[in-house]
Design a binder for this molecule. Structure first.
Ligand code: DC
Length: 226
């Protein structure tokens, strides 16, 4: 069955730009499904770290991605039947995810899985290449960004809030390195998709960002473009 008529809103952007929170809320407000594509890379990374797979072995990593037994329930993420929502957010897993996400075989292995999230009545897809590669014909594409300082501060508060220790200069260094890797890789580099609305949230609260996205979507609906 074709799914091309099912609306998709893509929300791409760098680490800690707030796109996860914004995407979740937009999906909730519209009653749409939600794809956290970063979680798929994180699940592959977690699985590789646990199984001790050599991070230089592209084929073994692609196989892990292809055979990934994952499921989502609300904000919870499961690997097989284990709830790994907290485990996939560890910094080590994020860094490993960013490294393996540069491999084209891993990206190809996760391609089909991502398309399968397109279900009625609609989908909000959050990631780095949702608008450029996975859903290039989405009627609404958004690129959410924020200064590296604003993002580091958000990440700092998030970690402290969860009871983890955090160091601002380490976080800044880490984010810069990850941005560099995500934006300069040869496959699916992080960049705004053609026709994307770019939203800088450095000085903007979550609610305002959500309203902007919903406003763009409502305008498209009014023009019968979705
Ligand atoms: O959004 P996140 O921090 O959970 O993503 C984890 C890593 O996965 C990030 O470093 C980049 C990568 N990623 C990607 O390459 N493509 C996506 N669509 C989503 C995430």
């Amino acid at each position: 069955m074709t799914t091309v008529h099912i609306p998709v809103i893509t929300i791409d952007g760098p680490t800690a730009s707030g796109k996860g929170t914004v995407s979740h809320l937009v999906a909730q407000r519209l009653g749409f499904h939600y794809l956290d594509s970063g979680a798929l890379y994180r699940l592959t990374a977690l699985s590789a770290l646990r199984k001790g797979v050599d991070l230089g072995d592209e084929h073994a990593l692609a196989k892990l991605a292809r055979d990934l037994q994952c499921s989502f329930s609300g904000e919870d993420v499961f690997l097989a039947h284990e709830n790994v929502s907290a485990a996939i957010r560890a910094e080590e897993v994020g860094n490993t995810a960013s490294k393996i996400a540069a491999l084209s075989t891993v990206r190809q292995a996760l391609y089909r899985l991502q398309l399968d999230f397109r279900k009625a009545p609609g989908l909000v897809a959050d990631g780095r290449d949702m608008g450029t590669v996975i859903f290039p014909h989405a009627p609404l594409k958004v690129f959410l960004t924020a200064s590296v300082e604003a993002r580091a501060e958000r990440r700092y508060k998030q970690l402290i809030g969860k009871g983890f220790s955090a160091n601002m200069s380490d976080l800044l260094k880490d984010l810069k390195e990850r941005d560099e890797r995500d934006a300069n890789r040869t496959v699916a580099p992080l960049k705004p998709a053609e026709g994307a609305y770019v939203l800088d949230t450095s000085a903007m609260g979550v609610d305002e960002a959500v309203e902007r996205v919903l406003g763009w979507y409502a305008a498209l609906k009014k023009q019968h473009a979705v």
